[in-house]
Write a protein that binds this ligand. Structure first.
Ligand SMILES: [Zn+2]
Length: 114
């Protein structure tokens, strides 16, 4: 929930309004391990967002926070702005969703030490 809220704050401030009436995450069983974004709705496998213990390594990033921010990025990149219907189009939307999620992470946790 915190990642969704912070994503909406960052994305509306930098990319534009969030156009959907709802913003929801749907858990599905760990028969598969992925997340996906539909307009206003993001299914997440229980294995990557609900039962995984990401707090084992305190120096690692909060993957649940990151995955949600990435899928929230797709509310803009793919569901509001998308490339032409041609090979390579997904690279653009995935890259923008990754960038968006990293910006939300940076705002929440600060820039990574290198
Ligand atoms: Zn993606």
């Amino acid at each position: 929930m915190r990642s969704m809220q912070k994503s909406i704050e960052y994305y509306t401030g930098h990319f534009g309004p969030y156009y959907h009436k709802q913003c929801r995450i749907i858990e599905f069983p760990r028969v598969a391990s992925f997340a996906q974004a539909f307009p206003g709705t993001m299914p997440l496998s229980e294995s990557i967002g609900f039962i995984e213990n990401y707090q084992a390594d305190k120096d690692d990033i909060d993957m649940v926070y990151y995955v949600v921010a990435h899928e929230m990025g797709h509310q803009y990149w793919a569901h509001q702005a998308s490339g032409a219907n041609m090979q390579g189009s997904e690279m653009t939307t995935e890259t923008f969703a990754q960038y968006s999620a990293i910006m939300v992470m940076e705002h929440e946790y600060g820039r990574a030490d290198t």
